[in-house]
Design a protein around this ligand. Sequence first.
Ligand SMILES: O=C(O)C(=O)C[C@@H](O)[C@H](O)[C@H](O)COP(=O)(O)O
Length: 368
Amino acid sequence: MHSFSVQTISIQEDLQYKVITGDAPWEPLREVLASINTRQAVFLVDENVFRLQDGFIAWLSSLVERPVLARIPAGESSKSTENWISLVNFCLEQGIDRQTPVVAVGGGVTGDLAGFVAASVLRGLPLIHIPTTILAMVDSSVGGKTGINHETGKNLIGAFYQPRAVVSFLSVLETLPDEEFISGFAEVLKYGAIQDTGILTLLDGRDILQLRKDIPLLKEIIDRCIKVKARVVTEDSKESGLRMILNYGHTFGHAIEKVAGYGRISHGQAVFAGMMAAAVMARKLGATINTDLIAQHTASFIKPGLLDGLDIEALNHAMRSDKKVSSATVRFILLHEYGKPYLHPVEDSGFISEVWTESFSEISASIS
Ligand SMILES: O=C(O)C(=O)C[C@@H](O)[C@H](O)[C@H](O)COP(=O)(O)O
């Protein structure tokens, strides 16, 4: 028998990249594109951005000699194998090479799908994220999680694939619909719950939509979220441990999205409900948490009836495909207290069902 060893240090392992936010950071974006030294770029653009920001798209296209653009339909159901292969085909029809960057312009759905296209075409094209929603700016564009959904569950097909840069044009938030603006704040509240509890204090007693008018505070909150994410992903890029805390509310939330049918309940709404359920579970395990710091925002996320009719057995079944599952046991991110998250395995599905029932009742009571 012969054996040989291979030591791999891929560009993805050593990649350090900037996450830039600004009203209109055109110069940093030009520098990123120039560093890739290519005349062509593939822009994969959220259809809502095309509709609401056609001038912005025209400017972006003008940054390269040979831009090619494809639209990505809005909504979580766009994260499908059909759309993935359609975009792969589009890229391969453009005469690209391994230096041709994919530029993802849009929200979380666009970033996840376009990121997975970049990760898979020619075994990896340079990726630049230009997030246009709060959710994408503070969360999905940072950290390299890319992928699409499977009938079994959310984000079950994908890759860890880091971008060359993330460049956020805060000016595009002006046309972001209120519902999308609020949805991204589920991830903002998540960062407050798991690490930067000052974020919860900043939002305490505020209507989230007020922040549309308080730009300095909005910028501070966005930067504080990115700072938390950048630190966690730097410490644990492949989610072997610490990074799981970023999944707070998601074990419940992803099950809600799947059972409701992708797109009926937004990721933000589902994660908000998931954080409420995680707080119920933590309380039942003995934690004393002032849930009002999050619960006070319930009416912004959950409209009456939104969660009605979700079958608890189906929710429990959907959880079993969560990527934090180990040895067939579902594992939750819970809080000892705000800022102190931990990973907790639960084998008793009856206990999980009780948590669903109690949290849906609490949510319903707080919005009736
Ligand atoms: O970046 C991470 O790690 C996260 O878990 C961030 C989440 O907010 C985000 O929604 C992510 O896409 C969910 O990841 P998944 O691995 O649970 O599919």
